[in-house]
Ligand binder design. Structure first.
Ligand code: SAH
Length: 424
């Protein structure tokens, strides 16, 4: 590209760094530099010594002695000031995004995902911190022709959760359109975490047309997904593989507690005589009922209720279940709430273990990143002891493979799913 063309391009999109201007520099304390060397992609405000960056800038990071540490995106408001893109310079942002998005997609292609809804980009674990990209209604999945996907093509739903990614929303949309050829791109930028970045909570179409409802398939189950108003980006895609795993243990009378649209209930129903599904959200229960009807499953009873109350009622009424799934929302949203959250997890698991028949299975989940697997297992051990039941641990599971964990950032391993078997 000529210098003239380059500067014209830079005028077009002021945010695209094209290698002509020196990057702002951020200098770290020795502790911050050590953290970077350990491979963790985040640097906290307290480890920043000096910065000349503006909100969302691509920056060069240096040690106090001026040694280069890598390239990162700057946040002016979050406690997490820097999110690393890598140790090298970024010569051309568009190329960097294209390379990383292409690599993320190529990896998903290798996973043989048995669904038309999947995660294309999982932030840190795809070296794109602050960016989530989900694909819904993918017509290219084997067995799902364009016409069968209902709305005639795939829809991309993305989230730019940091200043750095948010500033580049147009660029990211452009590259995703080039690589995925979707009918529409929706920025579901309504998560509360955006407040920490000083960003508005909003949902906007950034390309093409986004239908109100997208038809997708997960394994044998068909879902109608509201990508604008559904929780997360519409479905809990991180549980996809656990939905299938749960089915393998399902028998007798099943309970899906914290069901949402029936991710677990609709799979259990294929193997169980009857399934009770519980959720406190009225729209979630209505959608679950519609999904059950659509999939020809007549053995699911879905109820809008508070699971804590309902488990207590079941216990009083001496109800019993052979297969129970517990998939609550994250009880520990931050470090300060860990103790209370642990008490919540213990309570529901204790009650579920009491409601379980001998040799029944409990599939129990926690999506709190502040409660790690060791702690979760410890909570379950105490719940079993207090319920005076003996349990065997059958399987330890995590988030689906299209939601990989960054090894150097344990926080990115948020979803735990343990399969327990109650012994007689
Ligand atoms: N199991 C679902 C995802 C569940 S997300 C799946 O695999 O798709 C957690 C759900 O818990 C949400 O749908 C939320 O509405 C519900 N919820 C939150 N608090 C609740 C409570 N106290 N009682 C019942 N449901 C609750």
């Amino acid at each position: 590209m000529s210098a003239e063309a380059r500067s014209a391009k830079a005028d077009d999109d002021a945010y695209v760094y094209d290698g002509l201007m020196p990057l702002p520099v951020v200098t770290l304390s020795a502790r911050g530099a050590d953290r970077v060397k350990s491979g963790h992609p985040w640097v906290y405000r307290s480890d920043v010594r000096k910065s000349s960056a503006q909100p969302g800038d691509l920056v060069r990071v240096e040690s106090e002695r001026g040694r280069p540490l890598g390239t990162a995106l700057w946040s002016s408001t979050s406690q997490i000031s820097l999110r690393f893109l890598g140790p090298d310079d970024v010569a051309d942002e568009r190329e960097m995004f294209r390379d990383r998005l292409r690599a993320a997609l190529a990896f998903r292609d290798t996973l043989a995902i048995d669904a038309t809804a999947w995660r294309a980009v999982n932030a840190e674990a795809d070296r794109l911190p602050g960016l989530i990209v989900d694909v819904y209604g993918d017509p290219s999945t084997p067995g799902d022709s364009k016409s069968r996907s209902g709305q005639g093509g795939r829809v991309v739903v993305l989230q730019t959760l940091t200043q750095g990614m948010d500033r580049r929303l147009a660029l990211i949309t452009d590259v995703l359109v080039e690589l995925l050829a979707p009918v529409g791109v929706l920025a579901r930028n309504d998560p509360k975490v955006r407040r920490l970045e000083g960003l508005a909570e909003e949902t906007v179409v950034t390309f093409g047309e986004v239908p109100d409802v997208v038809d997708v398939r997960e394994g044998p189950v068909r879902y109608a997904v509201d990508v604008r108003l559904g929780q997360k980006t519409g479905l809990f895609l991180d549980q996809r593989e656990n939905h299938e795993a749960a089915m393998r243990y399902a028998h007798g009378r099943g309970l899906d507690a914290f069901s949402y649209h029936g991710g677990f209930a609709l799979r259990l129903a294929a193997r169980c005589d009857a399934v009770v599904a519980l959720d406190s959200s009225a729209p979630a229960i209505a959608q679950l009922q519609a999904n059950a009807a659509r999939n020809g499953l007549a053995n699911i009873e879905a109820r809008e209720t508070n699971v804590f109350d309902e488990l207590r009622e079941f216990e009083i009424a001496r109800q019993r279940f052979d297969t129970i799934v517990l998939d609550p929302p994250a009880f520990a949203k931050n470090k300060a709430s860990v103790e209370r959250a642990a008490a919540g997890y213990k309570e529901i698991n204790l009650r579920a273990l009491k409601l379980l028949t001998p040799y029944g299975c409990l599939i129990t989940c926690s999506c709190s990143s502040n409660i790690d697997e060791v702690m979760f297992q410890d909570i379950l051990e105490h719940a079993a002891a207090d319920a005076r039941v003996t349990v065997a641990l059958v399987e330890k599971r995590s988030q689906a493979r299209d939601h990989p964990v960054l090894l150097a950032a344990p926080e990115t391993h948020y979803l735990k799913c343990l399969v327990l078997r109650k012994l007689a």
